[in-house]
Design a protein around this ligand. Structure first.
Ligand SMILES: NC(=O)c1ccc[n+]([C@@H]2O[C@H](COP(=O)([O-])OP(=O)(O)OC[C@H]3O[C@@H](n4cnc5c(N)ncnc54)[C@H](OP(=O)(O)O)[C@@H]3O)[C@@H](O)[C@H]2O)c1
Length: 271
């Protein structure tokens, strides 16, 4: 029998995960939301069950996914501690930056907790989710979590909770880095006279095709890059210009800035 999955919060991320779960044959899904409008849309589109309250959802579900904004999570959980302690569901938080110790303090000391950090391409089933299991989460519970997040893309478990700040910096904020890169390529071509639509097709499919090629290759990335650099060729000149203009160190600085900010936000939001 399938485990029942409940979402507290019926916004963007919940809609993305519910869409993926329905495509993968999950049936027992319940959602609670503050306003009725988004809840009604989820019921109409995906046939989820609307919970009458967060308390009802916690009491009814084997797995509870916390999907409200991090800033209000503590207040949302405060009246639910009793139902959590009684029902003992597996709790999966998608709330950015809320640490397991805070979640345990708010949901009860014995709660099994997994933190997840999905990213925005999840809305088209092409996301990637970083996952961390707190003490006491069983292998069986981890495989339930795998099933949920594989419905919206790939997954990667990290060993330390602090690695989630790096997940935020890599895949959480990462879509913006690639958008900036693709946009810069388009602008460079348009500046030199190409139509924006041709430039977009060329840049975008280059990004997509390269990602696929990296995924399928058995070679390591440094070797793949080296193989592209024929002496005296165009790519060699271009990559030399990218290095000269500091692109690799700019990317390192971006990852460092995002992970530091993620850790700061976690400190601000903690119990
Ligand atoms: N979007 C992303 O790409 C992304 C990526 C990684 C992690 N996350 C995390 O996912 C979580 C949700 O983000 P989101 O983008 O889906 O936000 P969102 O669209 O604003 O959804 C949050 C939902 O929570 C509902 N809500 C507020 N108070 C509630 C309460 N007391 N009980 C039940 N529901 C309540 C809101 O309802 P009303 O609108 O009706 O008030 C809203 O539908 C956040 O913690 C965020 O950090 C999001």
């Amino acid at each position: 029998m399938q485990n029942s999955i409940g979402f507290i919060g019926g916004g963007h991320m919940t809609a993305a995960i519910v869409g993926g779960l329905k495509n993968n044959g999950y049936e027992q899904i319940m959602v609670s939301n503050r306003g009725q409008e988004k809840l009604a849309t989820l019921v109409d589109r995906y046939g989820v069950t609307a919970a009458r309250s967060n308390e009802e959802l916690v009491s009814d579900c084997d797995i509870v996914i916390l999907s409200v904004k991090p800033q209000i999570l503590e207040a949302v959980l405060e009246p639910l501690k009793g139902p959590f302690i009684e029902r003992k569901p597996l709790v999966i938080s998608v709330a950015a930056g809320i640490r397991c110790a805070s979640l345990r303090a708010w949901c009860g000391d014995d709660t099994s907790i997994v933190r997840s950090m999905p990213n925005t391409p999840s809305v088209i089933g092409e996301g990637v989710t970083g996952l961390f299991a707190f003490d006491g989460v069983s292998e069986n519970q981890k495989s339930l979590v795998n099933g949920i997040f594989q419905a919206i893309g790939e997954i990667a478990w990290v060993e330390n909770e602090s690695d989630l700040d790096l997940v935020t910096a890599l895949s959480g904020s990462g879509p913006a880095y690639f958008m900036l890169f693709v946009q810069s390529m388009i602008e460079a071509a348009v500046k030199r006279g190409m139509s924006a639509s041709a430039a977009k097709t060329l840049a975008l499919q280059t990004a997509r095709g390269t990602a696929g090629m990296i995924a399928h290759s058995e070679k390591e990335l440094p070797q793949m890059i080296e193989d592209m650099l024929l002496p005296g060729g165009t790519t060699e000149q271009a990559v030399a210009a990218l290095r000269q203009h500091g692109v690799p160190s700019a990317i390192e600085a971006a990852v460092a800035a995002a992970s530091e900010r993620a850790a700061q936000l976690a400190d601000e939001l903690g119990a």
